[in-house]
Design a protein around this ligand. Structure first.
Ligand SMILES: C[S@@+](CC[C@H](N)C(=O)[O-])C[C@H]1O[C@@H](n2cnc3c(N)ncnc32)[C@H](O)[C@@H]1O
Ligand SMILES: [Zn+2]
Length: 323
């Protein structure tokens, strides 16, 4: 891994969300093997490292090169006594990443979904509606071929509407998709600010005056599509359930209702007990639970955390234990 520029490390600021709740649900203890599937700036990982030290192993996965470099340097400085591995990749490929780590199983899995604050803030990544940059939004620019420019200029109006509505929960989805399609007939849409202008034109002025930046939901939707975030989550969770040691814990922090639904459904599927009607001599449904939910309702952050860290506003934690 290349030598990290110290100014880069200092600039990579991302306040970890619901740290206390993560520690309570994962309950890491000395000697545990922890896999942080969304390492980011190692905010959570550093706290986990302290608890598994000195004999534990901290595996950190991220698909973002900068995050990995920053995290590796921080872990080396703040938790030098813990064995740690930083692996570049998508958590949808958890099987091959963990095979590379040569571990028999994992005691704690953490998924803290979405993008980190620095990814949003670096203009050239093309994630931000506040900065003008070529439309990009790839979390792993070296590997991914699909980018936001491709989605905006080549998807059909119906697909754009579906994506903006489903992933952005944007009620003006069909108007925004229509305005994009009309605009791109003149010339391709190249930059974040061009897209912002089109979205502003598509949303009626009265609706634009309420709350968030008018482009927030559409940008989120395009980012989720470009990075196939929902498919990656389904695949990552399935693999994590398989790799968990008996008694091991999994904790997912989601920021989007779809992410939360996918997590809830995965945990439900694996925690289901026999559903046969009473009175049958033998079970025919074959439901053998492998997970136990830690709580039925998701945990949400306290008001003080939301005030301190606006990123926490939509956070929800679900967690389960492997039987
Ligand atoms: C919200 S940040 C994590 C922040 C971290 N928990 C901390 O406290 O510093 C999410 C990170 O996960 C990474 N990420 C998102 N989806 C991923 C995926 N499918 N595979 C690997 N990394 C992913 C992003 O690149 C980003 O660095
Ligand atoms: Zn049954």
């Amino acid at each position: 891994m290349a030598e990290t520029d110290s100014s880069l490390i200092a600039e990579y600021r991302h306040e970890p969300v619901m740290v206390q709740e993560v520690l309570e649900t994962l309950a890491p203890s000395e000697g545990d093997i922890v896999c942080d599937c969304t390492l980011g700036g190692a905010g959570h990982s550093l706290e986990l490292a302290k608890r598994i030290s000195p004999s534990g192993l901290l595996i950190g996965i991220d698909q973002d090169d900068l995050a990995l470099e920053v995290a590796a340097s921080r872990i080396k400085t703040a938790a030098p006594e813990v064995a740690s591995l930083q692996l570049k990749g998508n958590f949808s490929e958890l099987d091959s990443l963990l095979q590379k780590a040569e571990v028999p199983g994992v005691d704690c899995f953490l998924f803290d979904l979405g993008v980190s604050s620095p990814q949003l803030d670096i203009p050239s990544r093309g994630f931000s509606y506040h900065e003008n940059a070529p439309l990009n939004m790839r979390m792993d620019p070296g590997k991914q071929t699909l980018n936001a420019r491709e989605v905006i200029n080549h998807y059909t109006e119906a697909d754009l509407t579906r994506i903006i509505r489903t992933y952005g929960e944007e009620k003006w989805a069909s108007r925004i998709a229509h305005f994009i399609v009309v605009e791109r007939e003149n010339k391709p849409i190249e930059t974040t600010f061009e897209l912002v202008d089109i979205i502003k034109k598509a949303i009626p002025a009265s609706a634009r005056r309420t709350g968030h930046h008018p482009a927030k939901k559409t940008f989120q939707a395009i980012r989720i599509e470009v990075n196939h975030e929902m498919d990656a989550l389904r695949e990552g969770l399935e693999a994590a359930v398989r790799w968990l040691n008996p008694g091991g814990r999994i904790c997912v922090i989601s920021y989007h209702s779809l992410e939360d639904r996918i997590t809830k459904e995965c945990f439900k599927k694996y925690s289901q007990t026999c559903t046969c009607p009473p009175g049958l001599p033998v079970c025919v449904c074959g439901c053998v639970p492998v997970l136990k939910l830690q709580e039925h309702k998701p945990r949400i952050p306290g008001e003080d955390e939301v005030e301190r860290n606006p990123r926490a506003r939509s956070a929800k934690i679900r967690s389960a234990i492997k039987l």
